[in-house]
Design a protein around this ligand. Structure first.
Ligand SMILES: *Cc1c(COP(=O)(O)O)cnc(C)c1O
Length: 509
C-alpha cells in the first residue's frame, strides 16, 4: 500500500497504520491528534501537465485516488461518489474563476447547496459516510444492530447548514445541530431549519455559541453515550474535508495557466481567508504534490494567531481579549485546529530527520505546552521552512467594509463580495501593491456568497444609488426559504442532559 494511503495521528509516538475509512469515520484521534497521511504524493511535471484539461470531477478523482487505496474504494465507486457529490452544485465548473482585474482572480467556492465553501468538502463527506455505512451494514442479519453515525455539532451560523446539506437523507446517519437562539441571522436559521429530511434535527439553545460548543464537547467525552450512538464529527478536523478541498487549487491553477498561456514567467499565488487553517492546508498539500504555487497567503481577521505566528515563530493564543467578534465570523477562532497538521510535516522534515514517531512525540509536547501556557515557539528552521511557501496579513473590520465597496465600484458588473472574501481580497490588494510585479497573478478564494452576510454587505453598499440587496445579491432560492415551514426544537436552557434527552428521544433506542 502506498505510504500516502496509510494514516496516523499527529500526536502518536508509535507506529499507526490506519485506513482511509478508519480516519474518516473516526474524525478526531483518541489521543487528541488529527489524522494525516504519512507521506504526501509527489507528482512529476508530466503527470501534472496531463491533468490540465480535466474537468473538476475528473481532477477530483485523480487526486482522491492517490490518497485512498483502491481496495477500500474501487475506481468506479470513487467516480460515482465524486459525481454524486458535485452534481448538487449550481455551476458546471463547480468552482469557477472570475477575473477581477489585471492581476487578480476570484475563485468562487460558493456554488454548492448552502452557498458556502464548506459544501465542496461536506457534500463529499456525507456521501462517504453513507458509502462506508452501507457496506458495513450489507452483511448484517436482521437481528444484528446496524452501524450508525450520530453527528452532533454546534454552529454560530454558517457551518451548520453545510453539514446539514451534506448529511440530509443519508441512511444510518443522523445529524443534530445546536445553535444559540436569536444569535444567528434569519437566512442562516432558515437554511438549517427548513430541511425536511427526517434525519436532520436543529436544536435552538437558549444560550451562547460557547454554551453550544461546551455541550457538544461533553457529549463527545461521554463514553457510554458515544458507545451507543457513535457520535461523529464533520468539522474541519476530518481528513476527508482537507482532501476534497485540494481539487480547486489544481483546477483554478490550470484555469489561470490557460488565461496566460504564452507567458512562461507567470507565477501564481493563492490568498486564503483563514480561520481553522483547513482551507489553506489543502493548498499546502497541492504545493507539496508538485503544483508550482509561488506562495500561499494566509489572510486573517483580527483573530490573527496565524499572522502573528508567521511573523514571530511564536504560536500564542490571544490571552487577554479572548476571541474577537468580527465581520467575518466564520474565521473567529483563538487557535487554528488544522495548523497542527502542517506543524507535524514541518517537524518531521526539519527536526526529526524523517522519523514519524519522534515527530509525533515532539508535536504532542508542543500541544501540551499550548494547553498549559497558551503558547509555544518553534525553532528557526521550522519557521524558515514554513515561510518558503506561506506569507500572511491581517485585516480589520474597517478595511473589510472598504474593500467590499471598492470591488463593487471598480468592477464592470458591480460585483459583490462577502466579508470573508473581502479579508482575502484586501490582503491580495496589499500584496499586489507592494510586489509590483506584472507576472505575478493572484487567486483569492471566495468562501461565501454575499447574501449569507447581508448585514455587513449592506453596511458597505446601502449608500450607493441603485444598489438593492433583494435585487442584486439575494438569490431566488434563498428568498424562497422564508416561505417554507421551519422545523426547530427549542431547548430552554443550555443543559447537556436536556440535549441528550432530545437526541435519545429522536433516535428511539
Ligand atoms: C469556514 C470558513 C472560513 C475559514 O476556513 P478555515 O478552513 O477554517 O480556515 C472562511 N470563510 C467562510 C465563509 C467559512 O465558512
Amino acid at each position: 500500500m502506498s505510504s500516502c494511503q496509510v494514516y496516523r495521528s499527529t500526536r502518536s509516538s508509535q507506529e499507526e497504520n490506519l485506513s482511509f475509512e478508519d480516519v474518516v469515520m473516526t474524525g478526531l484521534a483518541p489521543d487528541g491528534g488529527l489524522y494525516l497521511p504519512f507521506n504526501i504524493p509527489n507528482l512529476s511535471k508530466d503527470v501534472i501537465n496531463s491533468w490540465t484539461d480535466l474537468s473538476f470531477t475528473e481532477l477530483a478523482f485523480e487526486i482522491l485516488r492517490l490518497y485512498i487505496n483502491p481496495k477500500e474504494i474501487p475506481d468506479q465507486d470513487l467516480k460515482d461518489l465524486v459525481n454524486k457529490s458535485y452534481s448538487t452544485f449550481r455551476s458546471d465548473e463547480v468552482t469557477p474563476v472570475k477575473q477581477l482585474n489585471n492581476n487578480l482572480y476570484i475563485l468562487e467556492l460558493f456554488h454548492g447547496p448552502t452557498y458556502a465553501f464548506k459544501d465542496v468538502a461536506l457534500q463529499f463527506v456525507g456521501n462517504l459516510f453513507e458509502y462506508f455505512l452501507t457496506r458495513r451494514n450489507a452483511s448484517k442479519k436482521d437481528n444484528e444492530s446496524r452501524d450508525i453515525i450520530t453527528v452532533v455539532g454546534a454552529t454560530s451560523g454558517d457551518t451548520g447548514s453545510a453539514a446539514i446539506y451534506g448529511l440530509r437523507g443519508k441512511k444510518d446517519v443522523s445529524v443534530f445541530i445546536l445553535y444559540p437562539t436569536g444569535r444567528i441571522s434569519p437566512i442562516q436559521e432558515e437554511q438549517m431549519t427548513t430541511v425536511e429530511d427526517a434525519n436532520v434535527h436543529t436544536l435552538s439553545i437558549n444560550g451562547t455559541f460557547d454554551d453550544c460548543q461546551d455541550i457538544v464537547k461533553s457529549i463527545f467525552g461521554d463514553k457510554e453515550f458515544n458507545d451507543k450512538y457513535h457520535v461523529g464529527a464533520v468539522n474541519s478536523i476530518n481528513w476527508a474535508r482537507i482532501l476534497a478541498q485540494q481539487t480547486y487549487y489544481f483546477y483554478s491553477y490550470f484555469k489561470l495557466q490557460k488565461i496566460h498561456p504564452n507567458n512562461n514567467n507567470t507565477k501564481i499565488r493563492f490568498v486564503v481567508p483563514s480561520g481553522n487553517f483547513g482551507d489553506i492546508l489543502a493548498g499546502y498539500y497541492a504545493y507539496k504534490m508538485g503544483l508550482p504555487i509561488d506562495k500561499l497567503i494566509i489572510a486573517t481577521n483580527e483573530n490573527d494567531i496565524l499572522d502573528r505566528f508567521l511573523k514571530s515563530g511564536e504560536y500564542a493564543k490571544q490571552q487577554d481579549t479572548g476571541v474577537k467578534s468580527t465581520y467575518s465570523p466564520a474565521m473567529d477562532i483563538l487557535i487554528s485546529s488544522n495548523f497542527e497538521r502542517l506543524l507535524w510535516y514541518l517537524i518531521r522534515d526539519n527536526l526529526t530527520n524523517g522519523d514519524n514517531n519522534k515527530a509525533g512525540q515532539l508535536l504532542s509536547d508542543w500541544m501540551k505546552q499550548l494547553k498549559e501556557s497558551g503558547k509555544f515557539s518553534v525553532p528557526e528552521s521550522v519557521l524558515v521552512d514554513a515561510k518558503k511557501i506561506f506569507d500572511s496579513d491581517r485585516v480589520d473590520n474597517i478595511d473589510t467594509v472598504k474593500t467590499i465597496k471598492e470591488v463593487y465600484l471598480n468592477s464592470k458588473d458591480k460585483y459583490v463580495i462577502d466579508p470573508h472574501t473581502s479579508v482575502g481580497v484586501t490582503t491580495a490588494y496589499r500584496f499586489i501593491k507592494s510586489d509590483d510585479d506584472e507576472d505575478m497573478q493572484y487567486i483569492s478564494l471566495s468562501t461565501a456568497h454575499p447574501a449569507k452576510f447581508s448585514e455587513v454587505v449592506n453596511k458597505a453598499l446601502n449608500s450607493f444609488d441603485g444598489y438593492s440587496f433583494e435585487k442584486d445579491v439575494l438569490p431566488d432560492e434563498l428568498k424562497a426559504l422564508s416561505k417554507k415551514e421551519k422545523k426547530i426544537k427549542l431547548i430552554d436552557e443550555a443543559s447537556i442532559e436536556k440535549v441528550k434527552q432530545v437526541i435519545k428521544g429522536e433516535l428511539k433506542f
